[in-house]
Design a protein around this ligand. Sequence first.
Ligand SMILES: [Mg+2]
Length: 369
Amino acid sequence: MIKSIETILADVPTIRPHKLSVTTMNTQTLVLVRVRCDDGVEGWGEATTIGGLNYGEESPESIKTNIDTHIAPLLIGLDATRVAAAMAVVRKAIQGNRFAKCAIETALLDAQARRLGVPLSELLGGRVREALPVAWTLASGDTGKDIAEAEKMLELRRHRIFKLKIGARAVADDVAHVLAIKKALGADVSVRVDVNQAWSELQAMEGIAALQDGGVDLIEQPIRAHNKAGMARLAQRFAVPVMADEALQGPLDAYSYATAAAADVFAVKITQSGGLMLAAQVGTVAQLAGVGLYGGTMLEGGIGTAASAQLFATFADLSFGTELFGPLLLTEEVLQEPLVYKDFMLQVPSGHGLGVAIDTDKLGHLRRK
Ligand SMILES: [Mg+2]
């Protein structure tokens, strides 16, 4: 039986300002959910968002309020071993709130996998890989600093895929910035861009043409998410793959984008999808439609990153890798044992459930009073 549900906000400074077209982050607010069951098993989930309402409709505070006030009361007393049935109750009564639902479902699945003595990946179809390639995002906004940061990551053998956040400046300035970095890092290093919807379709045609010529190998969400027809035109026009990210808020969007051939690659995010099971469906739609897969992040801490890794490890095809570097952007670790990054890969935790454990003392210091 589900006995209690606690939602915790923890403010953690980032290692440097993280510049996106929508906001600049100096702090990440982790939203953590702890579910306790009457058999003594507990599970953890995470609903962290990027820049709060700058990026999406849910803020850390709204997630906490909606879980505490509206979602938790529906779940207390329900059978903790029947996660799908419990989530059906929540999905029937609560519209939207995908991040909140993801955190709750993750915590319930974590508890159930621990109860069964298996890694969470085994409840999601079963893992087919033990390590995931991880991109790093260069988002200092300064070309020289970004090159130095990338070179350091290559030397540490931590990342060899780099994603650049662009879209806040004029197209020509952004293109010059990206191509200077691509030139400095060379042909063997993957350089990609994420425009976070900032361009018009005309700007995208100009920008993507120049980036493609310069050797950039992935273009993420160049235009507004609702402009599916425009995304389809760009995907058809250019050989460089165009990826949908903000456009995908669950399996129905994935289906709609796949049938419209509106993206070559999908960025799968567990929170954006509304939970692990729905994110798995996004992955299935992509694979049925021949769309490439990329494991996305909302810059979560260790819990959300481990949850994402448990799912992405089940994808048969993950040709564009992942960006599960969230914990590396934070100055403080909330896990007892940090996630392991080595040889350009995140090692998928192999213990029961999420395979990670919260350090409750550290979390106690970070949690918002
Ligand atoms: Mg993105």
